[in-house]
Design a protein around this ligand. Sequence first.
Ligand SMILES: Cc1ncc(COP(=O)(O)O)c(C=O)c1O
Length: 477
Amino acid sequence: MLKVNRDDDRPIWQQLLDQAIHNITTGKWPPGELLLPSRELAPLIGVSRSTIQIVYEELFSRGYTVTSRRGGTRVSDWTYATRPSEDAAEQGPVLPDLPLLDGAIGHLQSWFGDKANRRAIEIDFSPHEPYLDEHFQKNWRHSFLQASTETNLDSWAYGDAYGYVPLREQIQRYLSLERGVHVGVDQILLTSGAQHSIDLMAQALLQEGETVSVEDPGFPAAWMALKYRRMQVVSVPVDEYGLCVDRVPPESRLVYVTPSHQCAVGVIMSEPRRQQLLHMAAEQRFWIVEDDYDSEFRYRGDPLPTLFSQRPQNTLYMMSFSKMIAPGIRISAIVGPKETIRQLARVHELTYRHLPIMEQLTLTHFIEHGHFMRHMRRVRNVYRRRHEAMTKAIIATGLSERFTLSGVETGLHMLLEAESTFDEEAVTSLAMDKGIRVYPLSKYGLNSDRKGWVLGFAKVDEAAIEEGIKRLAGMLL
Ligand SMILES: Cc1ncc(COP(=O)(O)O)c(C=O)c1O
């Protein structure tokens, strides 16, 4: 018999329902058992008939009971055990072994500089993070609030897999004015960062096992994403002129490059190498993936022309707001031939659909209302001062005589390179003991044995740069 407990906080119908379910699932009310009609049960328990009706309706709608053709409500036929057997495993399904993932994640985290392993770091020469200040936060908040109040309700529906059109229009304008890249909005697909872009390319443009070439040392996230999609990743060395194009295997279907500022060693790809790569891409009909992640920050001359503008039919141009604004925004773009972008957008539609609307609306407002260009002007000034402080300190301490300094023309990091026999790890760890974090070049390597330290200056002010480089010189010289 069901019982009501007046001290129980649950509503009466809920108490009775829970007891009924317990009785059914433990077999106390066996399959086929006829339930007492509500009008008979209600007075026995001392509740209203409508309370019993609620309980019966709930049992019926959840499938615990059926209405019988012979009349009345009966317990359903249970054909399965409601409790796991004694020897059933405690845990859920077994996770598959993913050896590619385990290796890649470990490497990726140590390349980033293992946040978990943060000892007391006073000066962090991170090459991963840009400068941010309260101006940015204030303006971003303004755009965020405006975006959430101004918006048309249609924006909140399922949107365009290519990305929010007004944002693509702003990017189109920016690329045309600042990078000499003139494209239609249907040649721009918005993604959530470089790894997302590369992963989409692997899914939409390549077949499992195809050969792809990457710079070595280079951007680990690029080759790891490609390896994870089971591409045959070939490492191609980089020298003072950029990618050694004659080492690119002719069977490559895609070649990933950072020609404006090589991701690890910082060199600019020379014009002859660019022409060689463009010629080879045309002859072999492969994709050049041009990752233009930080070229807006150039300390000598104008920004370099893109490979995309020279051979748009073979090039997929990647741009990102991670260095220009902040990596947490997670908005980037792939620019390419119309049909190719369509193919990427179709895969995007199937696998992710599109980016969240609020971030897209906010960024659109941020660009449209001039905050973005003002932010760029402000951070360019900050970077120019920090860049100068860094190069001066490296020269003044004598580090540039003992080691090779490169990659100083563009971007937010430079390289201090040692001989390949140098004990890079010992210095990295010693520096950490002295409160300085430097980023070993070996973490950018696939097969490369080059050693040194990638030194980012975006998040370190001039005084800290001077102090950090002085301490580093004290250790190294
Ligand atoms: C070579 C390279 N490409 C792209 C990016 C931008 O990555 P994401 O768009 O995933 O933030 C970075 C950031 O550090 C980078 O180093």
